[in-house]
Design a protein around this ligand. Sequence first.
Ligand code: ADP
Length: 342
Amino acid sequence: MSRVRLVSPDLISQDEESFNQTLRPPSLEQYVGQRKIVEKLSIALQAARQRSESAEHTLLYGPPGLGKTTLAHIIANSMGAKIVTTSGPALERTGDLMGILTNLGEGDILFIDEIHRLPANIEEFLYPAMEDFKVDFVVDKGMFAKTINVPLKKFTLVGATTRAGNLSAPLRNRFGLFFHLEFYPVEDLKKIILRSAHILEVPVDDAGAAEIAQRARGTPRIANRLLRRVRDYADVKADGNITAEVARQALKLEGVDEQGLDELDRNFLSTIIRLYKGGPVGVEAMAATLNEEVDTLVDMVEPYLLQLGFVSRTRSGRMANEPAYRHLKLSMPGRSPGLFES
Ligand code: ADP
């Protein structure tokens, strides 16, 4: 089932993509938060520059919308290199990848988003490219088949994945740098919102930015999207200024609650609690009940609910935890009803 969720960490339109590009920080200095990653990456890049070498192959892992693509562009900027962008599912034939690889110059960046979705044959084709900067390309078929060895320039592969666990060990081991992006604390999201508001020339006060940050599910992409929605509301329903009150009203109208949960999240929680008695329940059963794709639940719904401690993943399935009951104002089994109703 496809539906547009305001709080989905995935891109929802082409228009949003160009909006994101305007707001994308071009350098590590302007990249908000993720301090440990920024520090390690800045040392690695500076070292590579000093040695006039290309940057090491880098794997970025974390939920959608946290700034992996942004980091890939920053790596390219900081190395003064070109960046070519593709994604795991877009690479179907070795020929596709061959074309891209042979066009890369010394130090250029190849960014592969959703790298865990690379077909197996393409992945194997990448190994010698990453390790020895060459590819073995088979031309012709049958008895005329021959392998030609094509040397490549020393490029840098930057891979991004939401599922590090789905990556094969041989691929994972070929990356020199590995960074795990975490959800952003509200303070960082607030800085991102203030920065974006400044670029977009949207008047927002501190409290207004804080209200939006609180509902952005730890995700910069969602923070920027909510800002945009609140800006429309402020223009139409108020005097254009984003205050805490305007932000609250705008996001309430959108069905986004104080924790940034929308209807799908709340349905997810109430289904575990009411239909499956708090769990454990398998994600496939949840997907069937909610009429959603398993991937949508695993990538777009669960990570933030796990982060909030609303659900936990156990070997036998998903369980709802006490904060989820409290958030939905439901009582936990074994406790007196109305315990959480204030
Ligand atoms: P991902 O590739 O992980 O899905 P993106 O790199 O596309 O995420 O980030 C989504 C948007 O969020 C970007 O366009 C950028 O405007 C913003 N963003 C992400 N990380 C940061 C950050 N650390 N500081 C400021 N803005 C950020």
